[in-house]
Design a protein around this ligand. Structure first.
Ligand SMILES: NC(=O)c1ccc[n+]([C@@H]2O[C@H](COP(=O)([O-])OP(=O)(O)OC[C@H]3O[C@@H](n4cnc5c(N)ncnc54)[C@H](O)[C@@H]3O)[C@@H](O)[C@H]2O)c1
Length: 390
């Protein structure tokens, strides 16, 4: 059980409001701060709505509702965060602005207070660099919507000490979340390993192998994914998804495995963001009929297998470079993006030699480093190993 009682959240937008709700529902006193009063008001009414819904559904009693809502205080002042024992920052994704907030936080809190960031794309080391005591910095990365998504990635920076890691881990586990620990590298686990789901689907489309609807059908029908890549990109927003891809590509020193797609860039430039703008890869205005897939079993299987082996190669790379443990990589993908199966377990089931042969064929055909099989995969095939004992 965690001993940390008072939780601070900086930023009351999409993520901050959700994280504050999770903390309050788990019995903490929560202080949430934002520079915008209207955002704080919105967060407050969102909390009321969400917690009232829990009463209506019979999940909690009225007493508990009052206790949860009564335990959250809303403020515009960083000085009000002084009693916090752990603070999660969830403000705008700009390093200089985060630095300013972390400097100010360190001036008001106690020496023991842990300072965490919910950043998706900045390194935790760079955020912590402005602290006088950088051993207390850590990444605590929730997924949207925070009250519903089970996964939380915990990311120690090179500066972080073991007490900070253990306290953060114990705390988030006590919130009944699935905690995975990963290295402070671009995209952490989920946003790194999931890249081929989008990137390879876009390549298949660009080569004229199939249209959006057929590629989506291949992934849902053969793979059991809840949504195909184009439907999912339209949900996430092509603006957001493209930016993540570009950031990861740059952060990996332009490794071709992460190369962004012109098709997605053009959709973004045209304002075809997806559901939120009424049009993305598909059109969402009323009365518009969605295109039908070509349900060619042979073609569908080829598409699904090409995307899956690229995802598996990426998951293997994360093991190879000690980004996280085998179990945590599989847990991250099943709990953070609802994959039907862990990719490393999937690889074992398909046979690592089969995965390697498929990658080698693609690598030979395209002559593109994007398809290079991971050295760990080669070694494991050579020695007949599997990721899990079978
Ligand atoms: N949206 C997602 O799906 C998602 C998922 C995981 C992580 N993240 C990360 O979480 C963070 C927040 O993202 P979001 O989507 O909630 O953003 P958001 O735009 O919904 O909210 C950001 C909030 O920060 C506030 N803010 C900006 N500067 C501030 C300052 N100096 N002091 C106090 N408050 C300030 C803004 O008023 C705004 O309310 C980012 O680092 C993002 O990368 C986002």
């Amino acid at each position: 059980m965690s001993n940390t009682k008072i939780i601070g959240v900086v930023g009351a937008g999409t993520m901050g409001a959700g994280i504050a709700q999770v903390a309050a529902q788990n019995g903490h006193q929560v202080i949430i701060m934002d520079s915008s009063i209207s955002t704080l008001e919105k967060a407050k009414s969102q909390h009321e709505k969400q917690v009232n819904r829990l009463v209506e559904k019979g999940v909690i009693e009225q007493d508990k509702r009052d206790q949860i809502l009564g335990s959250i205080s809303y403020t515009e002042s960083i000085a009000d965060m002084r009693s916090c024992e752990l603070i999660i920052e969830a403000i705008i994704e700009k390093l200089e602005i985060k630095h300013d907030v972390f400097r100010k936080l360190e001036e008001v809190v106690s020496n023991a207070c842990i300072l965490a960031s919910n950043t998706s794309s900045l390194s935790i080391a760079s955020i912590g660099s402005v602290l006088v005591n950088p051993e207390r910095i850590i990444g605590i990365h929730f997924f949207n919507p925070a009250p519903l998504m089970p996964l939380v990635e915990v990311i120690p920076a090179v500066q972080t000490n073991s007490t900070t890691i253990e306290t953060a881990r114990t705390l988030i586990e006590s919130w009944k979340k699935v905690v995975v620990v990963c290295k402070d590298t671009p995209g952490f686990i989920v946003n790194r390993v999931a890249r081929p789901f989008y990137g390879e689907a876009l390549r298949i489309y660009e080569e004229g192998i199939a249209d959006f609807a057929t590629i989506d059908w291949a992934l849902t029908h053969f793979g059991g994914f809840r949504m195909g890549p184009f439907t999912l990109m339209d949900y996430i927003g092509n603006d957001v998804n493209y930016t993540v891809t570009e950031t990861v590509f740059e952060a990996f020193y332009y490794d071709p495995r992460f190369r962004p797609s012109f098709t997605q860039k053009r959709h973004k430039e045209a304002g075809f963001y997806g559901r939120k703008s009424g049009r993305g890869f598909y059109q969402y205005s009323e009365g518009v009929e969605q295109p039908s897939p070509i349900k060619d079993e042979e073609l569908g299987r080829v598409i699904f297998e090409r995307i899956l082996i690229m995802l598996i190669n990426e998951a293997i790379d994360a093991v190879f470079l000690h980004i996280a443990s085998i179990e945590d990589i599989d847990l991250a993908m099943t709990n953070g993006v609802n994959y039907p199966k862990g990719l490393l377990k999937w690889a074992d089931e398909l046979g690592l030699d089969w995965v390697l042969t498929r990658l080698e064929t693609l690598h030979k055909e395209y002559g593109d480093d994007r398809y290079r099989p991971n050295p760990l995969l080669r070694r494991m095939v050579r020695s007949g190993q599997t990721f899990y004992s079978i």
